[in-house]
Design a protein around this ligand. Structure first.
Ligand SMILES: [Zn+2]
Length: 495
């Protein structure tokens, strides 16, 4: 039976797609190099069959046709040693393992053989950090990334490649150097891709798709990306820089109060433009879309910047609160979009109630009221666990602040010592304003128990106490009525 051998173009493609490195991840030997002397080269690699070229061979698959057996898909580039190894140990090197080697080797070749070292890698090498200053280590990372970018550009010089590092995942930005380049792309047809692409063409909005939903054709640079990228974003090349300004109208006079402004990238399409701005130091994502007639606004608070910060000193809390109040009271919000100092669009309208994290802001605001008079602060936790019970208690506690002259409340008092019995009896008999301290209801569980470690007491000064029953005894509960006076003041004490 004839062997279904690879032809020369297939052999070359197999080698080139992995930069002529052995695809065995434990080997990765270079298989091409210069011959001694001034010219010529030697190869120590070969295009090996994943399933055998002839019956009886390793991993032979009888269901394949002759041309499938000699196709690129059935080959893998290996050094001679590894090629011999996989054919002698068929069970140790099954088909799916070899296919995985091939994919990984191609991805590695795309990254310029070496994965760019991450910032974490540099930090986890203490000896290196000791020798190099942190700045040197960072500049090395940058140099490596630049080298990888340059080698990718060599695949297709029509593009400029830049690599950025976001956490541990490198992101590649690929832009045409001068003028448009024709590249075709295939999209998986589903509701998400269709909707995203529609927004892209109509408003120029940047599209981010799952890497599995998109493949490119027409440039070797993007060939390697197919199936490898986790996410692919496409943005309009006709972007320009814009400034977005946000103000709110005051309730009474309808005067504008400026809140913040931020630079943004503006992109346009067949129907209008869109731009996304980060306001309030990143605490508010503001997305503005214009269809030529109206501005559509989406304001989404992002609370990440607050995590781990003291609740009394949360950045941009006041601005967010003003925006929340505007939405709640139906006051107007004013947006201006400027390009190169010129007003491109402006709009004024009401912010929909639904687009805002009101619940959390309300809660945080009340916690701030409670903490305001306390010398300590608590940190906003990384995970926001707030129960309805927390909200009720904090609300009740913060609500006490608004005690006004003449307002009354009834509470059950249970004196614990003879001394307390005596002072209670005296206060009620004299009818003179006295201070009271509530501690019982104030075991507040806010933010997953953070406040529960410290009991909060409320002290109200200058209240007048009256009681119907006057048989005070240690351990006996008696209902007592408290009436606030003009001098009454509320303070919160963390115990
Ligand atoms: Zn090898």
């Amino acid at each position: 039976m004839p062997r279904d051998n690879f032809n020369k173009p297939v052999v070359e493609e197999l080698g080139r797609r992995v930069a002529f490195a052995c695809s065995n991840p434990d080997c990765r030997n270079q298989t091409v190099g210069p011959k001694s002397g001034a010219d010529g080269f030697v190869t120590t690699g070969e295009a090996a069959h994943i399933t055998a070229a002839a019956p009886g061979g390793p991993r032979y698959d009888p269901t394949l046709t002759s041309s499938e057996r000699s196709a690129f898909k059935n080959g893998i580039w290996l050094c001679r040693n590894c090629a011999a190894l996989i054919d002698r140990d068929v069970e140790g090197y099954p088909v799916d393992k070899l296919v995985q080697w091939k994919q990984t080797a191609e991805a590695r070749a795309l990254l310029g053989i070496n994965k760019p070292p991450t910032i974490d890698d540099a930090a986890s090498l203490p000896e290196r950090v000791n020798i190099l200053s942190a700045r040197d280590a960072l500049s090395r990372v940058r140099t490596t990334m630049t080298a990888i970018a340059r080698s990718l550009e060599q695949l297709d010089p029509r593009f400029r490649v830049t690599i950025a590092h976001d956490g541990s995942v490198p992101s590649f930005s690929i832009e045409p150097v001068d003028g448009p380049v024709n590249v075709s792309m295939n999209l998986r047809d589903n509701a998400k891709t269709r909707q995203s692409m529609q927004r892209f063409f109509e408003y120029g909005q940047r599209v981010t798709l799952d890497g599995k939903d998109i493949t490119f054709h027409g440039t070797p640079l993007l060939d390697g990306l197919n199936g490898e990228a986790r996410h692919v974003s496409i943005s309009n090349p006709l972007n320009c820089h814009a400034v977005v300004k946000l103000s709110v109208a005051s309730r009474k006079k309808n005067e504008l109060e400026f809140l913040d402004q931020s630079s943004a990238t503006l992109s346009s399409g067949s129907k209008g433009f869109s731009c996304d701005a980060q306001l309030f130091g990143g605490c508010l994502a503001l997305s503005v879309t214009s269809d030529g007639q109206r501005l559509h606004i989406k304001a989404t608070p992002t609370f990440e910047r607050w995590m781990g910060r003291g609740i009394k000193v949360l950045p941009y809390f006041e601005q967010l609160r003003k925006l929340r109040d505007a939405a709640r009271l139906g006051s107007q919000v004013d947006i201006v979009v400027e390009v190169e100092g010129q007003r491109l669009a402006a709009g004024r309208g009401k912010l929909p109630m639904t687009s805002f994290g009101y619940g959390l802001l309300d809660f945080v605001e009340e916690v701030r009221v409670i903490l305001h008079q306390s010398p300590v602060d608590i940190l906003m936790p990384k995970k926001l666990d707030i129960t309805a019970d927390d909200i009720d208690r904090v609300h009740q506690l913060a609500g006490l602040r608004h005690v006004s002259a003449g307002s009354t409340m009834t509470a059950t008092v249970e004196p614990q010592t003879e001394h307390e019995v005596e002072s209670l009896r005296k206060s009620i008999a004299v009818g003179r304003p006295t201070a009271m301290r509530l501690t019982q209801l104030l075991d507040v569980h806010a933010f997953g128990g953070l406040l529960s470690e410290k009991k909060i007491a409320v002290e109200i000064s200058h209240v007048v106490m009256t009681a119907r029953r006057k048989n005070f005894r240690v351990g006996l509960s008696v209902p007592v009525k408290f009436r606030a006076t003009r001098e009454s003041k509320v303070s919160y004490v963390l115990l």
